[in-house]
Design a protein around this ligand. Sequence first.
Ligand code: PBG
Length: 332
Amino acid sequence: MTPTPAPRIRPRRLRETPALRRLVSETRLDPADLVLPMFVREGASAPVPIGSMPGVVQHTLDSLPQAVADAAAAGVGGVMLFGVPEVRDARGSGATDPNGILNVATRVAVEASAGSLVVQTDLCLDEFTDHGHCGVLDAHGRVDNDATLERYTSMALEQARAGSQVLGLSGMMDGQVAAVREALDASGHEHTAILAYSAKYASAFYGPFREAVESTLEGDRRTYQLDPGNRREGLREAMIDIDEGADIVMVKPAGSYLDVLADVAAASEVPVWAYQVSGEYAMIEAAAAHGWIDRKRAVIESVRGIRRAGADAVLTYWAVELAEWIRKGDAA
Ligand code: PBG
């Protein structure tokens, strides 16, 4: 019997101590690379907890400033605002009303942030329509792409006027980036940036978001959001949006689409972000609440995985808590 030869190559050497592991770590988290999505409800007298997203609330206009200040104090890079209107209609009128909840909340958040983080807004009609679709419908009940673009350009102007610095175009209409860019430039808002939710998939992981914005959907979104099986098409959508003038492109959801994220990160000349969505949040919270996984480790690992795959920044509902862990040195 010849003795088993000792390995000549030993990758375990660099895993020997915490200090060495820290030194060779390829992916670090930074609070500045995190964006906190926030919900703001019209007419609420106190923050309303969202059952399927433990720890996340619908803010009121009164609770919003402190929450924005807390995010800034934690070093979070930005917030992404979503409005929850009291009244909805077929056209999503609240979205283009300067006194609509999202536009008012934007003014409040901009003032509260005092420039210490970036205030951004979701630009989509689904929170504002009674049918729950991201656009307006034609006579046959189909989402009318080009009529929706007109709604988006009006919405963009109101959001820019309210002070949003980055508009998050999440509706997946063809030509939306070009249309909004042109409208902004034509009205003196050439400095307002566009974050294109370019590769946005028709995903089951948006489930808890419906509760968060109290929206019910007639049918589904498969005629505009991407088929979860399509990888090449995700890259194509990102390239189209860059071509149309997107300042940042995004992949969404994040965790189940890391291959798409890696593809986009390899090809993009603009920053690439990823959105860890409501269902990704809910799954970890639910499993942790049962004691089935270590909550803190799972949260950190999930966001590090998204950064490792190529996201320059991550939208995550854990942004503030995670930022605090990072600052304490707990998040390696
Ligand atoms: C569209 C929008 C949605 C989300 C963010 N922007 C809903 C959808 O497209 O169905 C989902 C975010 C999440 O699930 O956390 N306004």
